[in-house]
Design a protein around this ligand. Structure first.
Ligand code: NAD
Length: 401
């Protein structure tokens, strides 16, 4: 059993408390901190939490606090992590870890140097569909990963501070791209170095200083490409989709708008909440059966608490949060320079010096293989490249039945 302190009484704090107290969980939230007393009291009442406070340090230092969960706006993550380091409490921080890689690396190092557990709460790398996809990829089911695309778009966040570039640290790239980048990084391989980023970003709709829409490409040292597509201006709910292409197969997942649950209502009845960022409660709807589970929160906390008990690194650590921030920093530079920008990773812990694998696959002593295809008439065509001359030819195996 873990005794948890949640810092922040807002949107994600409630999702976390739902996950922690859900089903027959043994883990309990013992302490909650919120900036406003009324928020703290309401949160404590809703989740039967015995202790509440409006002092962040008091919450972290509280004798009933074993593990701190940070559910605060981005500009307070570092301050909260440093309090956990000071009081030697295990800390789990929501995404993005920092507003930039500098902040994220400071947090990562401070925890490591103090021997404090640092878990990165990247829930979308724990959804049941993601975990199953990742296992299939690790088992080799789709071969070598060439391209991993992840998309998160919705009509924009739910609190003022997100829209303030100083507090949030960025716009849709930082807020949503952090998920997409880490999803693609997992599929491609976390030990493969992200080397450079090309990004388009623009403010198309909202009167803000940050970007509300962006698309980016992250090039990895082994030749693989990660792609992120993010928007705070998308209409029609929250779109969470991944596509992975490998040399031996493909994976497509849709985690939210199309979960296999479709419903129509004229609007009769009480209506109300359908799912996160749903824009309508009438007409054709795409509800989500169990959001807490389908968004990955239950598997995420299970891995975090198991990792603390087993003395191991969780599947998503502060170091991962740092790498994601470094990729995002390069994306922001690229959006300005309109060039491929290098990912600055002074602290890189994965493989070094990889190259794109050879594209030459032997067909026979004289030919490289390109592809074969069965035609509608039953003929088989094989396309080859002559090793000596480089000429591309086709041979046909006719179906003469
Ligand atoms: N899928 C996810 O993992 C996910 C989803 C949403 C938000 N988040 C992250 O969670 C964090 C909080 O986002 P949220 O959606 O809960 O925001 P929110 O605005 O709903 O809640 C933030 C809470 O933090 C506290 N707070 C607000 N401003 C503060 C300040 N200046 N000083 C101290 N405390 C303050 C308050 O208790 C407030 O309720 C952000 O880092 C965000 O990126 C993660």
């Amino acid at each position: 059993m873990a005794k948890v302190c949640i810092l922040g009484g807002g949107f994600i704090g409630r999702f976390y408390a739902d996950a922690l107290h859900g089903q027959r969980s043994r883990d309990r939230v013992e302490v909650v901190y919120a900036r406003k007393e009324e928020t703290a009291i309401r949160f404590a009442n809703d989740y039967s939490i015995p202790h509440y406070t409006t002092s962040m340090e008091e919450a972290v230092a509280h004798p009933e606090t074993e593990v701190v969960v940070i559910a605060l706006p981005n500009h307070i993550h570092e301050e909260a992590v440093m309090l956990c380091v000071k009081h030697k409490k295990a800390v789990l921080c929501t995404k993005p870890l920092g507003r930039n890689a500098e902040e994220a690396l400071r947090m990562t190092k401070a925890c490591e140097e103090a021997g404090v557990f640092g878990g990165y709460l990247e829930d979308l790398c724990y959804t049941p569909k993601f975990l199953k996809s990742l296992q299939s990829i690790k088992d080799g089911a789709i071969g070598r990963i060439l391209w991993a695309k992840s998309r998160e778009t919705h009509p924009g966040p739910h609190s003022d501070w997100f829209w303030n570039i100083e507090m949030a640290g960025g716009g849709a790239i930082l807020d949503l791209g952090c998920h997409c980048i880490e999803i693609a990084r997992n599929f491609i391989g976390k030990d493969i170095k992200p080397v450079e980023v090309m990004c388009w970003a623009d403010t198309q709709v909202k009167p803000i200083d940050a970007e509300d829409h962006a698309i980016g490409l992250v090039k990895y040292e082994n030749g693989a490409i990660g792609q992120f597509e993010v928007s705070w201006t998308f209409r029609g709910g929250m779109d969470l989709r991944d596509e992975v292409m490998g040399t031996e197969g493909t994976i497509w997942t849709n985690s939210f708008l199309r979960t296999g649950f479709e419903m129509f209502t004229t609007g009769k009845g009480e209506g109300g909440y359908v799912s996160e960022k749903a824009e309508s409660a009438t007409g054709w709807l795409f509800p989500v059966g169990d959001e807490t589970h389908e968004l990955g929160y239950t598997h995420m906390f299970t891995d975090m608490f198991n990792a603390i008990e087993e003395g191991r690194t969780p599947q998503e650590s502060f170091y991962d949060g740092y790498v994601v921030n470094a990729i995002i920093d390069a994306a922001y530079k690229s959006a300005k320079s309109k060039l491929w920008e290098p990912v600055q990773l002074p602290d890189w812990r994965g493989q070094e010096g990889l190259q794109k694998p050879s594209v030459y696959q032997e067909y026979d002593a004289d030919h490289w293989f390109i592809k074969e295809e069965l035609l509608p008439n039953g003929d088989l065509k094989i396309i080859l490249k002559k090793k000596e001359s480089g000429e591309i030819i086709e041979i046909e195996k006719l179906n003469l039945k």
